[in-house]
Ligand binder design. Structure first.
Ligand code: ADP
Ligand code: MG
Ligand code: MG
Length: 251
């Protein structure tokens, strides 16, 4: 079992008006095999948390820690984080002109594992994963994300996750802009990866909709840069009925 620990994390960004603290002491522990949902209103800092774990240079950690099995993630480069088993959707290129999906996937897989995958198994794995995610076989020869629709980009994100087999995946608003069919396909991919690879998942979302398909073990309500409340799946049901008002008053 592996553990991803976020300890009293404080994060600021530099703006024209000066330094702004966005994360105000976030503490969260995720074990492999667990699914955690972070839910919160817009602007509460959810994407900042994801970007900070991803190593986005814009976000300054002023105090606190992120540890993967005790190793300091904040000391790692973005590539080192991927090799350590963290999957962060936004670290991958939005569009890569002139690079086909096939080449990109194999190059990235080789970089993450430190060795090239056996060609025979790899080709089979890619085909099977694409079929599962209902991604047309033509996509293999298309350039990465070039002209992909929003829904296609999300499927390809999940395709990467299934093929790279990370220990932990952080999925930021993977549900946004998906119709119900795409949402089901994407959710099934996440569920497959959780089961097959014992992946730990941090599912960040504003809406409860995706939680009908991906059942969280833990729910964290995120308000104003911190976790305002933690609970089990019942907390998501409560949010669906009551919204975030109760937490906003408390914060
Ligand atoms: P969420 O994902 O929960 O909607 P964000 O992490 O995107 O929240 O944003 C949290 C707060 O930080 C917001 O007030 C947002 O305007 C601010 N913020 C985040 N990133 C930036 C940035 N790059 N520049 C300026 N403000 C930012
Ligand atoms: Mg603190
Ligand atoms: Mg966001």
């Amino acid at each position: 079992m592996s553990t991803l620990e976020i300890k009293d994390l404080h994060v600021s960004i530099d703006t024209e008006q000066g330094t702004k603290e966005i994360l105000k002491g976030v503490t969260l522990t995720i074990n492999t095999g667990e699914t955690h949902a972070i839910m919160g209103p817009n602007g509460s800092g959810k994407s900042t948390l994801a970007s900070t774990v991803a190593g986005h240079p814009r976000y300054n950690v002023t105090s606190g820690e992120i540890l993967l099995d005790g190793e300091n993630v904040l000391d790692m480069s973005v590539d080192e984080r991927a090799r350590a088993g963290l999957f962060l959707a936004m670290q991958y290129p939005v569009e890569v002109p002139g690079v086909t999906m096939t080449n990109f996937l194999r190059t990235a897989k080789t970089a993450i594992d430190g060795e090239a995958p056996s060609l025979r198994h790899w080709t089979k794995d890619v085909k099977a994963a694409m079929a599962n995610l209902k991604i047309d076989a033509d996509f293999a020869n298309r350039n990465v994300n070039e002209g992909f629709s929003g829904g296609e980009k999300k499927r390809v994100e999940i395709l990467q996750m299934e093929l790279f087999k990370p220990r932990f995946a952080i999925l930021d608003e993977t549900d946004s802009g998906l119709d119900v069919d795409a949402l089901k396909v994407v959710s099934e991919g996440v569920n497959r990866a959780s089961e097959a690879n014992e992946m730990g998942t941090l599912l960040i979302t504003h809406y409860t909709r995706i939680l009908r398909y991906i059942k969280p073990d833990f729910v964290h309500v995120f308000v104003d840069g911190r976790v305002a409340e933690q609970g089990g799946p019942e907390l998501a049901d409560q949010l669906e009925e009551e919204g975030y008002d109760r937490f906003l008053v408390k914060a």
